[in-house]
Write a protein of this length. Structure first.
Length: 723
């Protein structure tokens, strides 16, 4: 074939090209000038990118060293390198293909001396970065409790993502930002002394190199005849500026991405980078890949109808040549426990019909939601894996909480005592711990007993001794409360009075809110058992249920972890207001946050090939209190013709569409309605969970009730009875 005037005879490449659809083929043949390929979910993005790269090399439009291809993960870079090698008949030696960070390291090693570094500079990981910030805080005599190192480190990282060196940071407004700004300058100075950089510096220092040394920038803009970028919608400000500088040379930049799958705003990604591509690169060609090779027509129709509600997007409509297929099922359940039972039963039924466990996935919005599914799978004996994070009871905060419960139940549990002794920080250092261990080994007694005995001696002194004495007193007091306090309530008391909950509340790192949610779910789990010892025994059995014995496993993960994956069957759990969209995202980013949450829902739906099942619970326990839950607004936005809807009682039920949603030109399928239940203002009613109450207002299927004992709540009409 002729590729931009150059004849290519490679049979593997020609076979690949012949399998492309017209839009895909256009995307590989337009090689000159700026090009944006809007690649919808399942439209063959990687195939287009690798075929385009191979075509450039085979047509000899550029040598491998004259092509720069960047992506976000090592896995994606490795896959792209393998595919290109297969298409061209061998490895492309000299090709600049890798992650943003790996390419920047390669550049910085060459020119380190221009930035005051040696080429052998060290790259710090997050733990080293945190340790260095702590050292600076201590040297500056800054109150670590008032200004937690993790928070300051997080602020510095965000500044670097926005390409802000200490000189470019605008005058900080709050005391916290002033402290972070002060630490930032000292931190950067210290890095230079150590001949070290962190991950944020890899992009930032490259920008500094290019802007302060025009000859170096010219070297690379001249070298790279073609630039290819994967997942462009996930770039942050620093990466965006870096790419723009490099594209000044040939202007041949091809960015592949999907504005509808931009879901990482919380870690610096700017969806605006892809939306303003035409403005940044005048004369840019935009090609839309809309033919989907993954999902059936109903899944695509539902996903397209949902994402159409977003204003900040280019706009495209996915379609498929597939016919038939199952509609998206929307299943209402009573509570989280029934949600887990329903999914477990469906998984077993599908497995009996021959579907592999590996081809099924449960996607949740928040990590704490995995707990009930994990326990249900353990009960059923269904093997599972948690992708993108540890299992619920293996998480750091849960192991810490378990250690507190264990030491209250079992005073001889030295491992638990050692784990919680200085968590949160109580001023108990290594030397104190060595004394305790030495005495415990000598007397052959548990660590707690050794600590108790040393309270009457002078081996321990000062702050450490006072802290240990207080901790022993608290443990003794909590142990006495076992007889009088409900075990769920006692767990909350222990976590609060120990300062463990407050420790995570004060932590401003991105992980802290999730850890707090997991702790609340931990307390919920305890409440389901007859006693604290029974719960701990259950957890021990859960921890012993290892996953290494089976090849096939159900996949359990958050929606964020699912990006880039696909499964035959996808269960989308917890689609309720107050959970999804996540209130934290709405609170921090408002309308932009809602649009990103909707993109997250779109990503979840488009992971499914054959079957997508959305679940919402009528009742959800939040902060250990039952709340009546309403279906997520995203459920209402799904086109009716692509969905089958079943409520808690197993009846079909119509869902009201929001007035703001566009009208879809479809014929609504017939639905069986529930027995009509009509309620009047001031009428006395009864709800199984919340008891008796009086009607305040009626809004369609929703009724606002002032319950006698639980206050005002909004509930679904179908759960009420006349009193």
């Amino acid at each position: 074939m002729s590729f931009e005037g150059q004849e290519i005879t490679n049979p593997v490449f020609l076979e690949q090209v012949s399998s492309l659809n017209p839009a895909q083929r256009q995307a590989i043949e337009v090689t000159e000038g700026p090009l944006l390929v809007l690649a919808g979910a399942g439209t063959g993005k990687t195939r287009v990118l690798t075929t385009r790269l191979a075509g450039i090399l085979l047509s000899q439009r550029a040598w491998p060293s004259q092509v720069l291809a960047v992506t976000f993960t090592n896995k994606a870079a490795h896959e792209m390198r393998e595919r290109v090698a297969n298409l061209i008949g061998g490895p492309a030696e000299g090709l600049w293909l890798g992650t943003f960070h790996s390419v920047c390291v390669r550049i910085l090693r060459r020119h380190a001396e221009l930035l005051g570094l040696q080429s052998s500079f060290t790259i710090l990981d997050t733990d080293d970065q945190l340790r260095l910030v702590k050292q600076i805080i201590k040297a500056e005599e800054i109150d670590e409790k008032k200004y937690p190192p993790r928070v300051l480190t997080s602020i510095i990282s965000r500044w670097k993502d926005r390409a802000l060196t200490p000189e470019k940071v605008s005058t900080p407004a709050s005391d916290f930002e002033k402290a972070a700004y002060h630490i930032y300058g000292l931190y950067q100075d210290r890095l230079k002394v150590l001949n070290a950089v962190d991950f944020g510096d890899l992009i930032l220092l490259c920008l500094k190199l290019f802007t302060e040394h025009s000859d170096v920038l010219a070297q690379y803009t001249t070298q790279f005849h073609y630039i290819l970028v994967d997942e462009y919608q996930d770039t942050n400000v620093a990466q965006y500026l870096w790419l723009r500088l490099l594209a000044q040379g040939s202007g041949n930049i091809c960015c592949v991405g999907d504005d509808d799958q931009s879901i990482y705003g919380w870690r610096g990604a700017e969806v605006g980078n892809i939306l303003r591509f035409e403005k940044d690169f005048p004369g840019a060609i935009i090609i839309r890949l809309e033919q989907n090779y993954r999902s059936n027509a109903h899944i695509l129709g539902a996903a397209s109808g949902l994402i159409a509600q977003n204003a900040g997007r280019f706009g495209k409509t996915l379609w498929t040549e597939q016919t038939g297929g199952e509609k998206v099922r929307i299943q209402g359940v009573w509570d989280g426990e029934e949600e887990a039972r329903f999914v477990g039963d469906e998984v077993e039924a599908l497995h009996r019909k021959g579907q592999s466990l590996n081809s099924m996935a449960i996607l949740v919005r928040a990590g704490f939601q995995t707990r009930e599914f994990e326990e249900r799978f353990i009960t059923l004996g269904v093997p599972y894996r948690v992708i993108g994070g540890p299992r619920f009871y293996e998480r750091l905060e849960i192991r810490d909480a378990l250690a507190y419960m264990r030491i209250v139940i079992q005073p001889s549990d030295s491992l638990a005592f050692e784990r919680i002794m200085n968590t949160p920080k109580r001023g108990i250092g290594t030397s104190t711990l060595q004394i305790l261990h030495q005495y415990a080994r000598y007397e052959e007694i548990p660590l707690t007993e050794a600590t108790l005995r040393l309270m009457d001696t002078d081996e321990l002194r000062g702050k450490a001794k006072a802290a240990l004495e207080g901790l022993l007193f608290d443990i003794s007091r909590w142990r006495k409360q076992l007889e009088t306090t409900p075990h769920g309530e006692l767990a909350r008391i222990i976590l609060d009075e120990s300062g463990y909950t407050a420790m995570w509340q004060a932590d401003k790192s991105p992980e802290a809110p999730g850890r707090l949610e997991n702790l609340k779910e931990f307390v919920n789990a305890i409440d389901e058992f007859e006693s604290l010892p029974a719960f701990l025994e259950h957890v021990s059995l859960v921890m012993e249920n290892t996953s290494g014995t089976s090849v096939e496993m159900v996949n359990l993960m958050t929606l964020h972890s699912a990006k880039g994956l696909e499964f035959n069957t996808v269960f989308l759990a917890g689609w309720e207001e107050g959970l999804f969209p996540h209130p934290r995202a709405l609170g921090e980013a408002g309308g932009a946050g809602l649009e990103e949450e909707r993109r997250l829902a779109y990503v979840g739906l488009t992971r499914a090939r054959e079957r997508a099942i959305i679940l919402f619970a009528a009742n959800r326990r939040v902060h250990n209190q039952w709340q009546s839950s309403l279906p997520s607004r995203f459920v209402e936005e799904l086109p009716l013709e692509h969905t089958e809807r079943t409520n808690v009682g197993g009846h079909s039920q119509p869902f009201r569409r929001r007035a703001s949603a566009p009208k879809l030109q479809t014929i609504q399928p017939p639905v069986r309605s529930l027995d009509k239940k009509e309620f009047q203002v001031n009428q006395r009613v009864f709800h199984l969970k919340f008891g008796y109450g009086r009607v305040l207002s009626v809004d369609g299927d929703k009724v606002e009730i002032d319950f006698d004992h639980t206050g005002v709540k909004m509930v679904m009409k179908s759960f009420l009875e006349s009193a």
